[in-house]
Design a protein around this ligand. Structure first.
Ligand code: DER
Length: 218
């Protein structure tokens, strides 16, 4: 199986966790793109989707799935999204696709977060994947200096402006032994909009596409 095959297997397995006649929160990325294709196959059975990016919104609309405004909803059952890394506590690094802010917002509203990954995303400790941090453009150099002070090596992601008009710093060389603490610490740096540690609100169910099929853990 190729990595894409494993992503597709995890994405289609997520259908088993989608209650009918509900609103589904949809993340961003290549694994989620497979999930959107899967969701389209049951679109008559769902009320609609809440999207975490313009990229996902376009794909949902192209497949005839209604995209709803998060502000018109006070809760919904399931959010499905990928991750760049996930540890045994179901804490994630996300943001490889620069959608981390809206992903974190939609995930915060969802009752259940289902993470769909291929086996390459499973790590014992977060941090080998450079940690994305969304920053207000005028603060990018200041935030980079603050992140370097805590042991990272912050690099401005070239040529990327997020859906919210902000920039991304990718922080290399972190070994994240205490994700919940570091997530809060980085949030406190003035100028940071969102950081890609998803630990305070971790995934609830993880579907891992692997050579042996799809593993489920929660
Ligand atoms: O940017 C993101 O958070 C995406 O979910 C990313 O983490 C996963 O992207 P992939 O499914 O293309 O590997």
């Amino acid at each position: 199986l190729t990595q894409d095959d494993m992503k597709r297997k995890a994405a289609w397995t997520a259908l088993d966790y989608i209650p009918r006649h509900t609103i589904v929160g949809v993340g961003t990325g290549s694994t989620v793109n497979h999930f959107i294709d899967a969701l389209a196959s049951i679109k008559e059975d769902i009320e609609g989707a809440v999207s975490s990016s313009e990229q996902s919104t376009e794909r949902l609309k192209a497949l005839g799935i209604p995209v709803l405004d998060l502000n018109s909803i006070d809760s919904f059952a399931v959010y499905v999204d990928g991750a760049d890394e996930i540890n045994p506590d179901r804490h994630m690094i996300k943001g490889g696709g620069a959608a981390l802010t809206r992903e974190k917002i939609v995930a915060a509203v969802a009752e259940t977060f289902i993470c769909i990954v291929d086996e390459s995303k499973e790590v014992p400790v977060l941090g080998h994947f450079p940690l994305p941090v969304e920053v207000i453009p005028m603060a990018s150099s200041y935030v980079a200096r603050e992140l370097n002070k805590i042991g990272g090596r912050a690099v401005l992601r070239q040529g990327v402006v997020t859906d919210n008009g902000n920039q991304i710093l990718d922080v290399h060389d972190l070994e994240i032994q205490h994700p919940i603490q570091l997530e809060a610490q980085i949030n406190n740096i003035v100028g940071v909009v969102t950081n890609g540690i998803f630990a305070a609100r971790a995934a609830d169910i993880v579907l891992v596409g692997s050579q042996q099929g799809t593993k489920v853990y929660k």
